[in-house]
Write a protein that binds this ligand. Sequence first.
Ligand code: NI
Length: 170
Amino acid sequence: MATLRITKHGEDVLKRVSEPVDFDKLKKKLPGLLKDMWATMYGVNGVGLAAPQIGLNIRLAIIDVRPDQKPQRLVLINPEIVSKEGGIDEEEGCLSVPGLYAKVKRYARVRIRATDHHGKPYEMSGEGLLARAFQHEIDHLDGKLFIDHLSLTERLRVARILKDLRLNWT
Ligand code: NI
């Protein structure tokens, strides 16, 4: 088990649309890969991590928003949003943009379809932080970061902050 370097805003791997996962091809490597991803995410107290954040452009992400303070490890392979409703404006951050938080409008409730770590398809509904995590992680697989949702004015404000923050990123 290893903790991996998390890619940062500005790196190409975060801007690319990731490739669908062929489960049978990834099957052998998947347990080791997931172990490293969990260690990396928990190591920095994250609630979600997508493969591009460890330098891989494949449609794989993990989420644990700890409902009721208990672990709930979700593996999302080739996730898709199948329904969405409502809207909520809340502060959001990202391990690839450390130190920056901004209000982002998201759907309040979403239902996703994905494949789990056994290769089994599932559907799951989420609201609150889980709904936000679903949308945030799927965005990563489409080459988008939460700051891409900000208004032009907000983005200009954030650009100045990012310039300073970037000096401390590794
Ligand atoms: Ni993120």
